[in-house]
Structures are given as structure tokens and as C-alpha cells.
Design a protein. Structure first.
Length: 88
């Protein structure tokens, strides 16, 4: 299968940026991180049904972006939840 990178790209207005603390991915239990990424993928990508990429493909791609520091995990203090955001 030909592999294409799916970039984490979504516009968040400046007044709606995550207000929280970055969590280093190596400090997150691997199973918890996988679940967080899986939840992110199913919530953020409307094209999940696209046959070119399985859920596991997208999870691997987001994990790679986290490893490459293109994205990061942030704990939002207002909502008391974690999210994945584009690194700036």
C-alpha cells in the first residue's frame, strides 16, 4: 500500500487555543497514548471512512508526528482533558 502522511491541520482561532501544559509523550503510558491518539483521530478527521487509511494507519501517522515534534500532547486546564495540537 502506498503510504501518504496525514498532517494534523485544523484551524483554531487564537482565542480558542489550548490553555494548558504540554505533556512529554514519553511520560504517557503507551496504551494511554494510543487511546488518546485513537480518540483524536476519530474526533478530528471526517474522512475516517476513506479506504486509503485505516484507523491504525492514522494512529501510526499521528504517533510519528508526535515523535518528530510536529505535534504535541497538551493537558487543557479548563476542560481537564488532554488533546493533540500542532507544535508551533
Amino acid at each position: 500500500m502506498e503510504e501518504h502522511e496525514v498532517m494534523i491541520e485544523y484551524d483554531v482561532p487564537n482565542d480558542q487555543q489550548e490553555d494548558g501544559v504540554e505533556i512529554p509523550m514519553d511520560r504517557i503510558d503507551p496504551e494511554t497514548l494510543r487511546n488518546l491518539i485513537g480518540e483524536f483521530v476519530t474526533r478530528e478527521w471526517a474522512d475516517l471512512g476513506d479506504a486509503r487509511f485505516t484507523l491504525d494507519d492514522k494512529i501510526r501517522q499521528v504517533l510519528k508526528q508526535l515523535q518528530d515534534k510536529k505535534a504535541k500532547v497538551v493537558f487543557d486546564l479548563k476542560s481537564n482533558s488532554a488533546n493533540i495540537v500542532v507544535s508551533r
